[in-house]
Design a protein around this ligand. Structure first.
Ligand SMILES: [Zn+2]
Length: 85
């Protein structure tokens, strides 16, 4: 029997929830990240690719979050807000 890592979906023993401490940390940090909806809208509809990268970088730095995690979260929320239906 195997389980999958809650963060990266790698196969792991059933007794574990995450494959590594890094995944555990990333998982919980990502849950803690909150991105305002108007910010998402601005990024996707009013920014160039360069501006979007810059905005995400400074947003992450301002809140002391990992830029990669913020980017993942932003993409998830964009799908949720603007791509459903
Ligand atoms: Zn993992």
């Amino acid at each position: 029997m195997t389980n999958t890592c809650q963060y990266c979906s790698k196969k792991i023993p059933i007794s574990k929830v995450f494959c590594s401490p890094t995944c555990k940390e990333s998982y919980f940090q990502k849950i803690a990240i909150s991105v305002p909806k108007p910010f998402i809208k601005k990024l996707y509809f009013f920014c160039t690719k360069e501006e979007k990268d810059y905005e995400i970088k400074s947003f992450a730095q301002r809140h002391n979050w990992h830029e990669d995690l913020v980017l993942e979260k932003v993409e998830e929320l964009f799908q949720e807000y603007y791509k459903c239906g």
